[in-house]
Every structure is written in structure tokens, then in C-alpha cells.
Design a protein around this ligand. Structure first.
Ligand code: ATP
Ligand code: MG
Length: 557
């Protein structure tokens, strides 16, 4: 289906309906509102692609808004990482906003709410408040402080603000309805005292607004037309509207909250809180560990922005939660890398191959950089008497289905010659130390001779031992052994960690890779896609396996 003809998702339908009604195209404005309490993950990528995608589709501004209302968990490091990820995905925000920039306005509005009898200071403990909340079928109880005088409320709130009351002594609550069938409407907390330094406002504030109070008001301040969030906020919509109703008047432009389903990826967890646990417990090395489902982890692993946007686009937006199999994401990166990644040769589990009748010292053979890209050109690779091939590409004796090298059989060495297995040299334990073969000098690839056109069943990759460079190869696998590690609430998701999610080996790669730089991506022919890790140096090349050439899990599960 072509881009233009794609059917509208339900979010786009909402907007189209609004455009037929009271909204103009010029009024459309969106935002992506991360809390800077961790690195963005693949679920956020869906939200980013949704909001910025709408911005592109309707030519409307999209703000990047940091929902920075909880100084206990938030840090500048996270703000910087989030910005880097959004830029990397290829999106441009209109304004960079912070909920903390609105602290004064939110405070002034809160004072106004106290004055109009819509908010009060509650001096109970949080346990007492929770106890009075009731249940969906049992009404809540009103706080004994609910009818404090406006004067007393104002004085106490002022003291809270100045840090003159201890943390936990008071909260500011909206005075709504303790019998509402929507639990969220039962006098929600608007402010709590926190005597903590904020990464942007420093020590200026001793009280911090709660999500519900800050979020909708921030949307209102920024004139956001549609505020999209995940489904757990559906019951908050009523409160969102109530708060905005209290601070706006009839002429004001009113934002609209709508919800979509959270995206989950199989064999991992997408929650900043849980990902933080993995980092803190050193299950992984960092937020951008290539096994992490963070955007920075995928970037370091060798994923491209194109592949992640393609993935988000393919899964689209849903009304119900489900788990997307990671093999779809792997499909997206294979598809992209197949087009753009130069082909190289690298041997990960080497066995020595000696071409007994090869008399030259060395020769340089021409090979294609990428058959999928006609502009990719060619390069020369060195060939010599002693090569490494992959251990699994040889069997002394093999059945007819084995199209690789065996004694008495012929295979082609990629971009080189046809060889024939002759004999093996073993150690006392019977391990193969060397494979001896002969080559057909007239069979050189691309030479056009009759011998070169001869069909052989298999083609092997190889490197010349004298020219190859050693590399550290990091082979990544799924971080969890089960599809939904956090599905069972009785169990700790950490129990399902795959102990073999990282294997480090030494491999041998062709010398052209000497000049490779961090993040460069390659296809190791017949093996998979790899990229240069950020810890790589000229002396110690480090490759991350992005993904294997084929899905090896499909047949296992
Ligand atoms: P987490 O639980 O991982 O911290 P969050 O929802 O608290 O996630 P925020 O930083 O508040 O994270 O989210 C920013 C935006 O991204 C919100 O609009 C949120 O709804 C959306 N979002 C977060 N996780 C997902 C997900 N898994 N799928 C789709 N959107 C998501
Ligand atoms: Mg959160």
C-alpha cells in the first residue's frame, strides 16, 4: 500500500473528526512528554513516532516536554540522553519545554483553587489518606481537614512552599468528590512537600506538583490540541478535564487527552523502572548496553533510525495492549542493513586451511562491496596459501545435504577459487588442526574461464591468515528467556534473565576493516550484521553483532 493511501489509525480518525468540527488545522499541536527518570525505550519510540509522525502529517508543531516534577528520580543525564535519542530517530521538536518552567504558574493557580474553595491542605499521613480512599464500590471518607478555612489553607500552603513544614506533614488536595465512582476524582493530591534539589530549579521549590496537576496544565499552557498518552491514564481523563476547567475560561483553547495502548516487546521489559533495576543490579553494563531495549541500546547494537521507525510504523497504534515479537524488529533491521551494509569477510570460529598447490606469496582479489547497492563499488581482498575458514564449514565425511567443504568435494571460496578437500591434520585427541586442500588456478571468480563458471554447490567465506586482523566479537542474544518476563506478577522478572545473553569471542576479519570507525555497520557474509562498538580502538577492534542473517529462534521455539 502506498503511503498516501494507508488507512487512518484511530488517532488520526479522531483528529480528522476534530478538523471537521471545531478545530482548525492551524490549531493542531502535539507533544512528546517524557519524564527524565531514565533512558527512552522502544515503547517510547512508538509514542515518539506517533506524535512526531502526526506533526509531519499535519504540518503541526510538536513540543518535546520534560515532565520533570519528581526531583527524587530525575537527572540532567536523562534529559540529555532523551534529546539525543529523539534527534537520532530523525525528529525535530518545535519547543523544548519543561514542566518545571511552569512551577510558578501552577502554584499561582493552586492558590486560586484554594481561594475558590476547590483545594485544601490535608494534614493526615499518606496511610490515613489511602485508608479513606474507599474502593470502586465503597465510597471514600472525607478528610477531617477538608473544611479548613481558606485563610488557614493559604497559610499552610505558603509554609509548605517555603519548606517550613516537614516533608510528609501536609499535602494539597483538590476538593472534588469522595464518593465519585472514579477513584481518581476522590480528592486527588496536587502537591507534596519534597525538600530535594531539582536538576533545573535547584532549591527554589520545597513543594512539587503531582502528575495530574502538572500534565494537563502544561498541555494547556502550551496550547496542545491533542495530548496522547497510554491507556492507564484513561481514568485520569476526567481529572485532566476538571483541572483544566478550573484554570481556563470560555475563550481558551482546551486540549484533549486521548489514549492508546502501551507497546510491549517480547523477551524484554519496557519500563524505565525495571530497566533501571537492570542497570543498578549490573545485569547489564549500562543504559546503552546493546542488550537493552533502550533506543540508545539499539543504536549501539547497530540498529538504524530507519529500522526503528519502520518497526513503529508497521505495528502502528492499537487500542489494546499486546506483545510484539522481537523477531519483527529484527526483520526491520535486517531489511535495512541488507540494503546499506557493506559486505565483508570475517571468521568467528576459525580452522586453518592450507592450499597445498598454491605457489604465490599473495594476491589481491576484487570483490563486490554490496550486491544490493550498485553504487557501492568493489574492493580488493588478500588471498594466500593459508586461510581461516569457519570450523563448521568442514566435515571430513558428509552426506549429500552438506554443501560445504569435505574430503574429496569441491566448494568455492567467495570471490576466489574453487578448492577441493584433500586431507586433515589432527592432534592426538582427534581435533582438526589443519585442513589441506588443492585449488584450481583457472577457476578464479570473475575471470570468465570455463573453469570459473563451473557450478559447485557451496561457497565459503574465508580470510587470509597473514593479513587478517583479530577482533573482539560480542555476540548478543535475547536478554530474557521467556517472551513476557514481567507477565507473572508473583514472580520477579529478573528470574528470567538469559544467562547467555552475551558471549565474547575472538574472530578474524579482513584487513579492510582496519579503518572502520565507531558505529560503522557491516554484513559478515553468511553470518550476520555487525557494527563497531563505541569501546573499539585501532588496537582492539570490537564488533557488536546486531542480528544474525536469519532468525535462529523461530525453529527453537
Ligand atoms: P515507564 O513506565 O517506562 O517509565 P512512562 O509511561 O512512565 O514509562 P514517560 O516518560 O512518562 O514514561 O512516557 C513518555 C510518553 O511515552 C508518555 O506519553 C507515555 O504514555 C509514552 N510511553 C511510555 N511507554 C510506552 C510504551 N511502552 N508504549 C507506548 N508509549 C509509551
Ligand atoms: Mg513514568
Amino acid at each position: 500500500m502506498s503511503e498516501g493511501k494507508k488507512s487512518l489509525n484511530f488517532i488520526e480518525q479522531i483528529i480528522e473528526e476534530d478538523l471537521k468540527g471545531s478545530y482548525t488545522k492551524q490549531e493542531l499541536k502535539f507533544r512528546f512528554p517524557p519524564e527524565p527518570n531514565g533512558y527512552l525505550h522502544i515503547g517510547h519510540a512508538s509514542s515518539i513516532c506517533l506524535n512526531f509522525g502526526l506533526g509531519e502529517r499535519y504540518n503541526a508543531p510538536v513540543n518535546l516536554r520534560f515532565d520533570d516534577t519528581n526531583p527524587i528520580k530525575e537527572e540532567q543525564e536523562y534529559v540529555d540522553a532523551i534529546k539525543e535519542d529523539v534527534v537520532w530517530l530523525g525528529f525535530k521538536w518545535d519547543k523544548e519545554c519543561y514542566a518545571s518552567d511552569y512551577f510558578q504558574q501552577l502554584y499561582d493557580w493552586a492558590v486560586a483553587l484554594i481561594k475558590s474553595g476547590n483545594a485544601y491542605v490535608d494534614s493526615q499521613t499518606s496511610a490515613e489518606i489511602a485508608e479513606q480512599k474507599g474502593t470502586p464500590t465503597i465510597d471514600g471518607k472525607e478528610s477531617p481537614y477538608r473544611d479548613r478555612s481558606i485563610q488557614e489553607n493559604l497559610e499552610l500552603f505558603d509554609k509548605m512552599k517555603n519548606g517550613e513544614t516537614p516533608e510528609g506533614a501536609h499535602v494539597l488536595r483538590a476538593k472534588i468528590d469522595m464518593t465519585s465512582s472514579n477513584m481518581i476524582m476522590r480528592d486527588p493530591v496536587m502537591y507534596r512537600s519534597l525538600h530535594k534539589k531539582h536538576h533545573r530549579t535547584g532549591d527554589a521549590w520545597k513543594i512539587y506538583p503531582m502528575y495530574d496537576w502538572a500534565h494537563g496544565e502544561s498541555d494547556f499552557i502550551e496550547s496542545i490540541s491533542h495530548s496522547f498518552c497510554t491507556l492507564e491514564f484513561l481514568p485520569h481523563r476526567e481529572l485532566y478535564n476538571w483541572f483544566i476547567g478550573k484554570v481556563s475560561d470560555n475563550e481558551d483553547f482546551i486540549p484533549k487527552q486521548r489514549e492508546f495502548a502501551r507497546r510491549n516487546l517480547s523477551h524484554t521489559v519496557v519500563s524505565k523502572r525495571k530497566l533501571l533495576q537492570l542497570v543498578e543490579n549490573k545485569v547489564v553494563n549500562s543504559w546503552d548496553d546493546p542488550r537493552m531495549p533502550t533506543i540508545s541500546g539499539f543504536r549501539r547494537r547497530g540498529y538504524t533510525p530507519t529500522s526503528i521507525r519502520k518497526f513503529a510504523d508497521t505495528i502502528g497504534i492499537a487500542k489494546r495492549e499486546n506483545i510484539i515479537d522481537v523477531s519483527l524488529l529484527e526483520f526491520c533491521i535486517r531489511e535495512d542493513l541488507n540494503k546499506i551494509a557493506p559486505r565483508v569477510m570475517g571468521v568467528l570460529d576459525p580452522v586453518k586451511l592450507v592450499i597445498t598447490n598454491y605457489e604465490e606469496e599473495e594476491e589481491w582479489l576484487e570483490t563486490e562491496n554490496n550486491p544490493e547497492d550498485e553504487n557501492a563499488g568493489t574492493r580488493e581482498i588478500p588471498f594466500s596459501k593459508e586461510l581461516y575458514i569457519e570450523r563448521e564449514d568442514f566435515k571430513e565425511e558428509a552426506n549429500r545435504k552438506f554443501f560445504r567443504l569435505s574430503l574429496g568435494k569441491e566448494v568455492r571460496l567467495k570471490s576466489a577459487y574453487i578448492i577441493k578437500g584433500e586431507s586433515v591434520v589432527k592432534d592426538d585427541a582427534g581435533n582438526i588442526l589443519e585442513i589441506h586442500c588443492t585449488y584450481d588456478p583457472k577457476s578464479k571468480s570473475g575471470s570468465g574461464t570455463e573453469e570459473s563458471l563451473r557450478k559447485v554447490k557451496g561457497t565459503l567465506h574465508w580470510v587470509s591468515i597473514a593479513h587478517a586482523i583479530k577482533g573482539e566479537i560480542r555476540l548478543y542474544d535475547r536478554l530474557f528467556t521467556v517472551a513476557a518476563p514481567d507477565a507473572d506478577k508473583e514472580k520477579d522478572f529478573i528470574e528470567f534473565i538469559n544467562p547467555d545473553s552475551l558471549q565474547v569471542i575472538t574472530g578474524y576479519v579482513e584487513p579492510s576493516l582496519k579503518e572502520a570507525s565507531v558505529a560503522d555497520k557491516f554484513q559478515f557474509q553468511r553470518i550476520g550484521y555487525f557494527c563497531i562498538d563505541k569501546e573499539s580502538t585501532k588496537e582492539n577492534l570490537i564488533f557488536n553483532r546486531t542480528v544474525t542473517l536469519r532468525d535462529s529462534w523461530e525453529k527453537l521455539s
